[in-house]
Ligand binder design. Structure first.
Ligand code: FES
Ligand code: FE2
Length: 428
């Protein structure tokens, strides 16, 4: 086997950081936000990259971003540089984008299309699956090409979503999790979608603050556009609904009943499955009603693209929503889908990548307009960016102290609980 998979690498966490982090994790107060160094300390950030992003399955892109053989996207995830190359047989090669000669980036663009991969430094040339094909040499000089293939990361495609893992041995329960979520996602056929729009925002906030913000709707009064369609009662129970949301709660309950009736008729799974902190491949999946017309993220809840995704026969299917640890979330609707990934850049900055997918035969200007399709989540992302950045500034203050997560923020607690478990396992 010449295609070297992720090598087992020694930990780069310094002795001091290890001791400091072990102490911080050991005294974590359940139900409360983390201590400030988790959001601000470069040493903790490096440990996050090793223990979380270097070990877990990470959502990297969707097949729609590499639709044709030879298409590729590159992505930096912490210290890792990865290239995802679509293969002739429809699969994906995940290659470490690090030349085996002297380490230069082989593919330097964010995306493109290529046959063989040629390093721009000394022109070492690799096949799309990473085999070294050519290295210029002097007469009589020989290298064993079989020993210098590009290293590969582990890669899985689940219902059109591409995941990578940089660990020598990936967490074993990802496949079991995939089997649970695939029946929810498959009817939307993300493999037959195209990218309508992709937005990259660099938020001035630690990646965990981005995730915490994503896992609660306690702040949803701050999302007036989104709250037209996404019921702002998300995360509440009958016992915890505040008086000002009681009418919304009633409407949501009725809409959910109607939705479940339609799901039964179409054979679409809709049960909530929540295993966010009880397994390594932590996830939550559900199909939840939308307000108004119940079809899409618009002011009226009406569809934003005229073309249904996949095999669906009805626009009024609410949102199939998926949350994955550590860094992604998804909404799949009848008319479009949106993928979100939080890619850490450093202790205080995170790239939030949002990608809108529509049916591959939908025509811009005829079946959808970009302004209408993207309006609600563009606004929502900017509002969320502001919330995250407010917290990051607070975490940097000497006056910051851990605060309690409220009942409707239980998924934030699950995210942090999951994070603490993974970090402790790695440090052990
Ligand atoms: S570093 Fe890539 S060919 Fe030299
Ligand atoms: Fe939000």
């Amino acid at each position: 086997m010449t295609l070297t998979a992720n090598p087992r690498t020694p930990s780069r966490i310094s002795r001091e950081t290890h001791a400091h982090l072990s102490e911080l994790l050991g005294r974590r107060r359940p139900g409360y936000s983390l201590e400030a160094p988790f959001y601000t300390d470069p040493g903790v950030f490096d440990a996050d990259m090793e223990a979380i992003f270097g070990q877990q399955w990470i959502f990297a892109a969707s097949l729609a971003e590499v639709p044709e053989p030879g298409d590729y996207v590159t992505l930096d995830i912490g210290p890792y540089a990865i290239a995802l190359v679509r293969t002739d047989d429809g699969g994906v090669n995940a290659l470490h984008n690090v030349c085996r000669h002297r380490g230069a980036r082989v593919l330097t663009e964010a995306r493109g299309s290529t046959g063989n991969l040629v390093c721009g430094y000394h022109s070492w040339t690799y096949s799309p699956d990473g085999q070294l094909l050519h290295a210029a040499s002097a007469p009589g000089e020989k290298i064993d090409k079989a020993c210098f293939a590009l290293r590969r990361a582990h890669c899985r495609v689940v219902a059109g979503l591409i995941f990578v893992c940089f660990a020598a041995e990936p967490p074993a329960d990802f496949d079991a999790m995939s089997q649970i979520i695939e029946p929810y996602l498959a009817p939307h056929d993300l493999g037959a979608t195209k990218v309508a729009y992709q937005q990259n925002i660099v938020e001035e906030g630690n990646w965990k603050l981005v995730m915490e913000n994503n896992r609660e709707c306690y702040h949803c009064d701050g999302h007036p556009e989104l709250a037209c369609s996404l019921f702002p009662t998300w995360g509440l129970t009958e016992a915890t609904v505040p008086p000002h949301l009681e009418a919304v709660w009633q409407r949501n309950t009725q809409a959910q009943q109607d939705l479940e009736y339609r799901c039964e008729r179409y054979g679409l799974p809709h049960a909530v499955i929540e295993q966010l902190d009880t397994r390594v491949a932590g996830f939550r999946i559900s199909r939840e009603a939308l307000d108004g017309d119940g079809e899409s993220f618009s002011e009226s809840g009406r569809r934003l693209s005229k073309k249904l995704l996949g095999d669906l026969r009805d626009f009024r299917l609410g949102r199939c929503s998926l949350h994955l640890q550590p860094n992604s979330w998804f909404h799949l609707l009848g008319d479009h889908a949106i993928t979100f990934a939080a890619i850490p850049l450093n202790a205080h900055q995170t790239l939030v990548r949002t990608t809108w997918l529509v049916a591959d035969d939908a025509v811009e200007g005829v079946d959808y307009t970009l302004d209408e399709l993207t309006h609600v989540w563009k606004q929502t992302n900017l509002q969320d960016q502001n919330f995250v950045e407010m917290c990051q500034r607070g975490a940097a203050s000497p006056a910051y102290a851990q605060g309690p997560y409220m009942a409707s923020e239980y998924q934030v607690e699950m995210f942090i609980g999951w994070y603490v478990q993974r970090m402790q396992e790695h440090l052990a």
